[in-house]
Ligand binder design. Structure first.
Ligand code: NAD
Length: 441
């Protein structure tokens, strides 16, 4: 591909990270961010902080840290704020979430206690298992949009913020199919004014962000910034959007293992995934409407990786089942089991069992950091609209209508790194490697 000079504005000044939903993921992210800034831990799990990128030919041995060659915001100049339906400050919320140890929380207590959520735009019709007192009152969605705009303006002024990104880390909302009100911006804005039921609180946050030129990323699986009206707005305003549903835990494993099975043309007749978790997210997902959003997101992965239409003999009869069980004693420490029935040469059956004892928010927190930094990079590089190169981070990547999402983690990583190379005018890497041999001399 022809090299093109992309102009990327320098990451000067402060980056504001706005976070609707300050529960387990957010407080774990904030605690870690501050601990890393204080030099207490390396940024485990974060590609922007610990990842290297190969540049040029393999024999040049250029493998710098991504953050040394890509103009990313320095994490010391990130300022965070957010909204929640509970008024607890982030230290109290982190204690409640129970992800980090007492010592870890104490080491950043002053920082976490200083972040207090602003009252949320919320309606329990969209998250049936939750209700909280710390909410905005207004007649219509439009009134609440104006209030969010005011919150953002105040935050920007108070902290002398230069640029902002917004990342939804709030609860999973009930499943919604795109309806009339989502189809065009005009219909959506009318819906905001009339208080249309097909608009959910997260869409009001997304609209506010995009309208104000702030990149919006959705970490949950429900319909939000992927509603056509909001994609249209992002395109018109040149604002980056991305999502959806952070890829952690069981689905992360799935997108690591399934591409390997397909690469070796091993058939799969069944994939049963079940897990237990006892955090608030698990409680919210105990409601069938919220679970449906999650289920659709989790189920879509295998179909696109395995391509049963191209490989009917291998994957045409795959039975794929996903279960999530709310089990309070485990808190955030999820345990997942996968049973995979596979077959190989002459149809002989084999099984793979995975028992993943993971910590959900520990896996999600570094994604929040990377997404904030990459969304800001996209903003400064004038890359508006859907950021498919960030699919690496999502269970259900949002794509252009004309293409199917890429779920294979390794293709996603190649895509992400090639996008970074492209942005800084480096050769894309195809892994062909034929230039190191003399076959055709
Ligand atoms: N942890 C993971 O690995 C992971 C992976 C993929 C997706 N997610 C998604 O990330 C989101 C956050 O997960 P979590 O474990 O932190 O959940 P959590 O329940 O601990 O936190 C969510 C917070 O959002 C708040 N909230 C709900 N609706 C809100 C609104 N309209 N405005 C502001 N705040 C609101 C809740 O009060 C709660 O404090 C969930 O949607 C979850 O499905 C998490």
């Amino acid at each position: 591909m022809e090299k093109k000079k992309i102009i990327i504005q320098e990451p000067k000044g402060k980056l504001g990270v706005l976070i609707p939903g300050m529960g387990a993921v957010t407080t774990t992210f904030l605690a870690g961010l501050e601990a890393i800034r204080r030099g207490l831990y390396p940024a485990f799990g974060s590609l922007t902080q610990m990842g290297h990128i190969r540049l040029g030919r393999r024999d040049e041995n250029r493998q710098p840290l991504i953050k040394d060659v890509i103009p990313l915001q320095d994490i010391d100049d990130i300022v965070c704020c957010g909204w929640d339906i509970f008024p607890d400050d982030c230290y109290q919320a982190a204690q409640r979430a129970g992800v980090l140890t007492h010592e870890q929380l104490e080491s950043v207590k002053d920082y976490l206690s200083s972040i207090k959520p602003m009252p949320a735009v919320f309606d329990s019709r969209y998250v049936k298992k939750l209700d909280g007192p710390h909410v905005k009152s207004g007649r219509t969605w439009w009134d609440k949009y104006l209030m969010l705009e005011e919150d953002i303006k105040k935050f920007k002024e108070e902290h002398s913020i230069d640029r902002m990104v917004m990342i939804w880390c709030g609860s999973t909302e009930a499943y919604l199919d795109p309806a009339g009100v989502h189809h065009t911006l005009e219909a959506f804005e009318k819906g905001l004014q009339t208080g249309d039921n097909a608009i959910s609180p997260s869409m009001v946050y997304a609209y506010t962000a995009i309208k104000n030129g702030i990149a919006f990323i959705n970490g949950a699986p429900h319909l939000c910034n992927d509603a056509p009206a909001l994609v249209q707005l992002a395109g018109e305003k040149g604002v980056p959007i991305g999502g959806k549903d952070f890829k952690t835990g069981q689905t992360l494993m799935k997108t690591i293992i399934a591409p390997g099975l397909k690469a070796r043309l091993l058939g799969t007749s069944g994939w049963f995934s079940t897990n237990i978790l006892g955090n608030r997210d698990g409680e919210v997902l105990d409601d069938p409407d919220s679970f449906k959003s999650k289920e659709v997101s989790k189920l879509s992965v295998l179909d696109t990786v395995l391509q049963p239409d191209l490989y009917p003999d291998l994957y045409g009869d795959l039975y794929h089942k996903v279960r999530i069980n709310y089990y309070p004693p485990r808190g955030d420490n999820k345990e997942g089991w996968d049973n995979i029935d596979i077959f190989g040469w002459m149809g002989r059956q084999m099984q793979i069992k995975i028992n993943f004892l993971c910590r959900d928010s520990i896996l999600a927190a570094p994604l929040v950091l990377d997404l904030a930094l990459f969304a800001d990079l996209a903003q400064r590089a004038n890359m508006g609209g859907i950021q498919e190169w960030l699919s690496f981070y999502f269970k259900s990547p949002i794509t252009a209508e004309s293409v199917y999402p890429e779920h294979d983690l390794f293709i996603q990583l190649t895509k992400l790194k090639n996008t970074l190379r492209y942005l800084i005018g480096e050769e894309l890497i195809t892994h062909l490697g034929i230039e190191y041999y003399n076959y055709f001399d």
